[in-house]
Design a protein around this ligand. Structure first.
Ligand code: CP
Ligand code: NVA
Length: 302
């Protein structure tokens, strides 16, 4: 493992090892206090962030490393100087790059032209750190994550893609329910279906809410992702039947609700569900740090 650009690049063993290491670091942080001693990580963010920025910064500190945050005060990466120069220069000083970008190709460019590991902190295509934290969360609730039935309801987006790859590689069952025209990327679907077939998982895609039966957890995300200038009024009618509410949770028999956050109460999910007893949102948020620390230790503490 040289980078973390997408969960699809991980073997089942690598994915399971990361989850196991994240649990180890979570339960015994003192053992990893100096894991990143003398290492510096540059974080490049083209988009806003609460969870990702704070959990990387504090997580790196807990591992004994140092991090430097660069927002895009000069516009998108590649505007003031090429992404290739950016990557080559940062590689002269830093030991890793964490990047949140509009285009996934920018993250690929950093990995191609730099000489240090690159971690994808969200792109238009994937959000692997989120997916890792989410499967860590599920593995804390279920002894055998391959038996988990996870439904994703709403907009097929970067978070959906990473969840699909993760579920497929772990051999779990995932049902993706989206309004017509809002399905995940076609190539990602094909790749995730192939991974599911290889690992004994199941990936179902449908627009029928009725197909939600028998889920362990229902996951949703914002209907409008960062960088998408669609007006909510223009899509609300199309998405409204896909709002996660108490009725949907009951129909699915789902005990748990998941969301990567930020959540828009009364839009993609009702407040009673997102703030309710079965909501895992804060466990997911906390696990961002432990999952990312497992990635950092795997990539850097060699
Ligand atoms: N879930 C997540 O990535 O949150 P931020 O956008 O606040 O980092
Ligand atoms: N799909 C969302 C995730 C935010 C963490 C977005 O890209 O904005």
């Amino acid at each position: 493992m040289n980078h973390l650009l997408s969960i699809k690049d991980l073997s089942q063993d690598q994915l399971k090892d990361l989850l196991a290491l994240a649990k180890k670091i979570k339960t015994n942080p003192a053992e990893y206090r100096n894991a990143l001693d003398g290492k510096s990580v540059v974080m490049l963010f083209e988009k806003p962030s609460l969870r990702t920025r704070v959990s990387f910064d504090i997580g790196i500190n807990k591992l004994g490393g140092h991090c430097l945050y660069l927002d895009q005060q000069n516009g998108a990466l590649g505007k003031r100087e090429p992404v290739s120069d950016f990557a080559a220069n940062i590689s002269c000083w830093a030991d890793a790059i964490v990047a949140r970008t509009f285009l996934h190709s920018t993250i690929e460019g950093l990995a191609e032209h730099g000489s240090v590991p690159v971690i994808n902190a969200l792109s238009d295509l994937y959000h692997p750190c989120q997916g890792l934290a989410d499967f860590l969360t599920l593995s804390e609730k279920f002894d055998d994550v391959s038996k988990v039935k996870l439904a994703y309801v709403g907009d097929g987006n970067n978070v959906t893609h990473s969840l699909m790859y993760g579920a497929a590689i772990l051999g779990a069952t995932m049902t993706v329910i989206c309004p017509p025209g809002q399905f995940p990327d076609g190539q990602v679907v094909v790749e995730a279906q192939a991974l599911a077939a290889q690992h004994g998982g199941k990936l179902i895609l449908t627009s029928e809410i009725e197909d939600i039966a028998q889920q362990d957890a229902i996951y949703t995300d914002t209907w409008i992702s960062m960088g998408d200038d669609t007006n909510l009024d223009d899509i609300e009618a199309k998405f409204k039947p896909y709002q996660v509410n108490a009725e949907m949770m009951a129909k699915a028999g789902a005990n748990f609700f998941m969301h990567c956050l930020p959540a828009y109460r009364g839009v993609e999910v009702t407040a009673d569900v997102v703030d309710g007893e079965g909501s895992l949102i804060l466990q997911q948020a906390e696990n961002r740090m432990h999952a990312q620390n497992a990635v950092l230790v795997t990539l850097l503490a060699k």
